[in-house]
Design a protein around this ligand. Sequence first.
Ligand code: ADP
Length: 206
Amino acid sequence: MRLVLLGLPGAGKGTQAKRIAEKYHLTAISTGEMLREAAKEKDTFGLRVQEYMNKGELVPDEWINSLVKSRLQEKDVENGFVLDGYPRTLQQAKVLEAYLQSQNQNLDAIFFLDVSQDTLRHRLAQRGNLRSKEKQGNSQIEAKREKIRLDDKPKVIENRLHINKELMESLIHFYKEQNLLYVINGEGDFDNVFDNINEGLLSVNK
Ligand code: ADP
């Protein structure tokens, strides 16, 4: 299976992608994680990536397209994948489609995790709060360290939501036209949402 998870920042794509990958033996590919790894290198490319992420802006399509294309050529992707965070623009969606076609492959389903703006703001702000508490030296927060991200600051959150909202609408339209889109209620807790996705997957396999 080749799947895509769509959702605005805070929709829970990362968590669900990992669960789906585990249950269905697919490889989860998160472009956010790939870019955070690239940024850690602190080379010219990494530093530029970090600048975009700090502002909550998207990195240029060409960069992410070539990163994803080379990732899709790796061995562990042969049995299928679940993409999280990509495509994020119509241009990316078209490049992905053309690439898969060139390999005689196609996407099986797109799951859009539908979550209200209020819930998204709340979830992202909570992640951001953890970060500032940790700075004050609260050791209980330590365990959650890896979940804490520099782009979960109020101003950057607003920018990420704003930039992604319109783009998301065009992606939804694009995949709806292809009859690939499944809208998943993403409001509940993570187990609920996973159940909703699994239900959707049952009809994909028919
Ligand atoms: P979120 O969806 O919560 O913003 P991600 O971890 O998916 O978080 O992405 C973090 C950042 O990485 C984004 O704000 C953006 O700068 C960059 N990024 C991730 N995926 C893409 C993509 N497909 N195209 C362009 N930029 C991306």
